[in-house]
Write a protein that binds this ligand. Structure first.
Ligand SMILES: [Zn+2]
Length: 120
């Protein structure tokens, strides 16, 4: 025996094709704001030269003369290596004595914060 209620006919091809158009949810383009936050840490970028500078410390707000800590730069190591390679062994330590080949780091003598660095 047939059931009294026939199931509805499947949708035709046209009905399927032109059916309700459901657009996928459009993800709005989120423009990531450029981070302008200062990098965390103790380094405060200030234009500083190779010599101690008299500035106002941004951390402890004291009028200070920066204390400097110089270290040989990569250029000094390269010059030393070059002098060794060309056979000038007695002069190979000369680049480490040259101020122009040193990185200088300025810090506050009060609070010890690193205020910046100078790289020749
Ligand atoms: Zn300070």
């Amino acid at each position: 025996m047939y059931p009294t209620q026939m199931p509805s006919a499947p949708p035709t091809y046209d009905e399927v094709i032109s059916g309700p158009q459901v657009n996928p949810p459009y993800a709005p383009y989120v423009n990531q704001p450029y981070s302008t936050q200062a990098t965390s840490g103790t380094v405060v970028a200030l234009p500083l030269g190779p010599n101690p500078a008299r500035i106002k410390c941004p951390n402890c707000h004291a009028d200070i003369r920066t204390s400097i800590d110089s270290q040989p730069s990569c250029a000094a190591h390269l010059c030393c290596l070059l002098l060794l390679l060309i056979g000038c062994c007695p002069l190979s330590s000369l680049p480490y004595c040259m101020d122009s080949l040193k990185n200088v780091r300025h810090s506050c003598p009060n609070c010890r914060i690193v205020l910046g660095s100078y790289q020749p």
